[in-house]
Design a binder for this molecule. Structure first.
Ligand SMILES: [Zn+2]
Length: 242
């Protein structure tokens, strides 16, 4: 047992190559393969879901031109290997995904990380911003609204081309799956008037209607029932956008 403990403490340095070791590199091949044709997926569910079931359920919704493989890497953690790079990119662009109401958190696999190190604490969402007066719709103000989320990833469409605009703005954000979803926020304009701005999450899977979190459903909620259950309402303090 003492030997095992000793081995666990030992750290093998794989960062810098020694003399002559550069020639033995495989990392360009593997890294490039991972970056172009692979994605990692985590199904947010307490139930075990088999790779065969994931393949069966995703094949109907992903509509890939080529084939893809589903490789199990842990409980509800899967590696998807795509035949075509454009299929992989389309699926990333159209995230988030869900099967049978369960959220699928899809991520690129950063080549500098092991698959077990990939961060699944956030998921991408396209969020519609409703109720924002046109005078308060400049880019920096949208960015300020996006700052209410874990990360702001920009507008979903360009604001320069408003032909066919539906009257709301769509932004791309990262949302923490263990934090309550935000339904909206009160914003303050140039003269101090306030207006309620609401957020609508596109392709929202099942979430907890009690605490508003994505990582469990009502049956598994550990919080006590409260009268204003549901998505968190911001607005005690108005966000100044004037
Ligand atoms: Zn809950």
């Amino acid at each position: 047992m003492a030997t095992d403990e000793g081995q666990q403490e030992q750290v093998l340095d794989l960062g810098a190559p020694g003399v002559g070791e550069e020639a033995l590199d495989l990392d360009n091949t593997v890294s490039s393969l991972v970056s172009k044709t692979y994605l990692v997926w985590k199904i947010v569910s307490s139930r075990y879901i088999s790779p065969a079931k994931v393949k069966a359920q995703t094949s109907a919704i992903l509509a890939c031109n080529g084939t893809y493989r589903v490789i199990e890497k842990g409980k509800n953690l899967f590696l998807f290997g795509f035949e075509f790079e454009h299929d992989r990119n389309k699926i990333l662009r159209k995230a988030p995904w869900s099967v049978s109401g369960q959220l699928l958190v899809v991520k690129c696999w950063p080549p500098n990380l092991a698959i077990e190190q990939v961060d699944f604490s956030t998921t991408v969402f396209k969020v519609q911003i409703h109720g924002l007066p046109p005078d308060l719709s400049s880019l920096w103000r949208i960015e300020k609204l996006g700052g209410l989320f874990a990360e702001y990833n920009g507008l979903e469409e360009t604001i320069k081309n408003m032909y066919g605009w539906l009257g709301f703005i769509r932004m791309k954000v990262q949302v923490r799956i263990d934090s309550p979803l935000i339904s909206g926020i009160l914003v303050k304009d140039f003269v101090g008037n306030t207006v309620w701005v609401s957020f609508k999450y596109e392709k929202l899977a099942d979430f907890c209607y009690r605490c508003g979190r994505l990582d469990h459903t009502l049956q598994a909620c550990k919080e006590s029932p409260r009268p204003d259950e549901g998505i968190e309402k911001r607005g005690q303090e108005a966000l100044a956008l004037g």
